[in-house]
Ligand binder design. Structure first.
Ligand code: NAD
Length: 421
């Protein structure tokens, strides 16, 4: 019997036949969703000999919803994700005008999906611009609800902007606005609760998955009270809530000061050998360099919204996967999660049967992992990698690979199913 996924005592309770809502998506969403769902179904059927099965429930957003109901994001859709807790979606057109900045942002905000999780790994055979893409294996925890992304912006010349400018200058004594007459403003808000829950989620993930480190990426040297505070709150979470599972960089520095470098190095090595998660931090610009030079030194990344946006695309490009990178938006406190293809609607190739379904399929694999159905997820990763290694790929990868055979969206999905062992 099909049932809802529940959440109890901090954990998802997943029945054998969960009802899972999905949004097909606009543009190439129509081409990729149907075939991707078949791949996910096949993996579940193989992995559990038919004992588990997803019952998909289509819900509407974007153009399909607008044409049927006059609303880009009907309340029933948000309600369905709330009721069934875990879901998946294809790309959505951003409506022009109408007061909605982005449907994705609206969905994330209405369910308070505060983590944007992007795993970045290389699949054998995928063309990459770096020499050793196999060294890239990271999990980006990007804060999803705060930062300059909240959209608190004021356009120069407007009445509110002038009020804000005058308040800054006359009430707060700000004298650093270089061109006050023509300045626009954006407000960056970073809270203690928002920072703590993000870093807590990243550390919990590293502990559960037995990963070696969490790196807090920030520009706190310049933005001391926002990004700098994020770093400090992050270290506090590690030291106060995970003291037996982590070893933090401030602890290392304290030991250097009190007992010398050799002693501190030994303590760090012992922590590593004991399987403790090392919590460190890096300034964003250095991080972008470091990940190109020494990607193997980074595992889980905890960062704020804007940094997370840049980092996600840079790392995805390093593994050649900017078009196939998966993502998940998660609230670990109540279990709500929506997994999503991270690319857009690719209107130019919509309806041609050429789109690469890998981002949707890999988002499905992330969803299965999140549900604890890891055996099915592993099958998808193995079969996708085998298909790419056999050099049978869709047009986007075909254009970059030598000696590859071009296949359609549907055929690519069929080959993945055939490659499941
Ligand atoms: P896009 O990702 O749709 O396209 C960028 C380029 O990548 C195009 O050349 C496209 O053909 C190619 N591409 C993207 N996905 C592909 C796939 N699966 N297979 C093969 N090629 C693929 O980005 P865009 O053109 O900037 O945006 C188009 C629309 O999508 C806009 O309305 C935008 O707002 C929306 N969008 C939605 C999401 C989302 O829902 N998550 C994300 C980004 C953009």
């Amino acid at each position: 019997m099909s049932e809802k996924i529940n959440f109890w005592d901090g954990k998802l309770i997943v029945p054998d036949q969960p009802i899972i809502p999905f949004i097909e998506g606009d543009g190439i969403g129509k081409d990729i969703a149907v075939h991707s769902l078949k791949v996910i179904d096949a993996a579940v059927a193989y992995a559990y000999n038919g004992d588990k099965k997803i019952e998909w429930k289509e819900v509407f957003a974007g153009e399909k919803a607008f044409n049927q109901t006059g609303s880009w994001l009907p309340d029933e859709t948000v309600d369905a994700f709330r009721e069934y807790r875990v879901g998946i979606k294809g790309p959505l057109t951003t409506p022009i005008g109408g007061g909605i900045r982005s449907l994705n942002v609206a969905l994330r905000q209405s369910l308070d999906l505060f983590v944007c999780l992007r795993p970045v790994r290389w699949f054998k055979g995928v063309p990459s611009p770096v020499n050793h893409p196999e060294n890239v294996n990271m999990f980006i925890f990007r804060e999803n609800t705060e930062d300059i992304y909240a959209g608190i912006e004021y356009m120069y010349g407007e009445e509110d902007t002038i009020k804000l400018r005058d308040f800054l200058i006359h009430e707060l004594g700000v004298n650093k606005i270089r061109f006050p007459e023509t300045s626009s403003f954006g407000i960056k808000s970073i809270s203690k609760e928002g920072s703590e829950r993000l870093v807590r989620a990243a550390i919990s993930y590293a502990v559960e998955q037995k990963l070696p480190s969490v790196t807090i990426v920030h520009k706190g040297n310049i933005m001391k009270f926002t990004e700098g505070a994020f770093k400090n709150w992050g270290y506090q979470v590690a030291e106060q809530e995970f003291s037996t599972q982590t070893f933090t960089w401030p602890t290392y520095e304290r030991l250097v000061e009190e007992k010398g470098k050799e002693y501190a190095d030994n303590a760090l090595n012992e922590a590593r050998e004991a399987g403790l998660v090392i919590i460190k931090d890096v300034i964003t610009d250095a991080f972008l360099q470091e990940t190109l030079l020494r990607p193997q030194e980074y595992s889980v990344i905890a960062t704020m919204n804007l940094n997370g946006d840049y980092i996600s695309d840079q790392l995805a490009a390093m593994v050649g996967g900017i078009g196939i990178a998966p993502g998940g938006n998660i609230n670990y406190l109540n279990g709500y999660a929506i997994f999503e293809a991270t690319h857009g609607t690719a209107p130019k190739i919509a309806g041609t049967g050429q789109a690469n379904p890998a981002s949707f399929i890999l988002s499905g694999a992330m969803m299965l992992d999140y549900m604890g159905w890891n055996a099915a997820s592993d099958l998808i990763l193995q079969a996708l990698e085998d298909t790419i290694t056999q050099r049978k790929v869709t047009a986007d990868l075909y254009a970059l690979m030598e000696d590859a055979s071009l296949v359609s969206t549907e055929r690519f999905a069929e080959l993945i199913i055939r490659n499941m062992k």
